[in-house]
Design a protein. Sequence first.
Length: 196
Amino acid sequence: MTGSTENTRQRRRGDTRQRIQDVALELFAEQGYEKTSLREIAERLDVTKAALYYHFKTKEEIIVSLFEDLTKPIEDLIEWGGRQPHTVETKREILRRYGAALWEAEPLFRFMQENQATVRDLSIGEIFKNRMLGMRRIIIDPDAALTDQVRCISALFTLHAGMFAVRDLEGDPEDKRAAVLEVAIDLVVQAHGGVG
């Protein structure tokens, strides 16, 4: 088999995997995680259960793979941020990148918000908690006053809550995202004495 043929097969497998993830997330949003079966996912995709099993054996495998794929930029950001100086400008950049990664993964985070009990039971709950702790470590100065540490934590939660809280507000989605980011950055700047 030539390299080109193998690359084409891998790309098709990747496309199928992506389609399964998208359809599963769609069904989980419509019906809930617990009420969605692998059979329903296969039917919506118009594939056999065996074809679905080739990629994923359980619903949890689908969610974990989605979580890993969509939050990889966050993991990379934590690694990058850990190597940077703890300046206000670095933290601004971290918030910008983190906000963009969250908005990109919005359907997954909507699922997580709407299925909190399920998420706690799945391995992604622990992974997400660890990533949040990683973000917290790079955004907070441990020697800062408690109120300034709370401001930095609040900046992270502003980005998370902002995905959902501004959905029903009037305005362009990009303007809403920019407003949420501005508030998060303001909190970090305040935590650094308003200098930034």
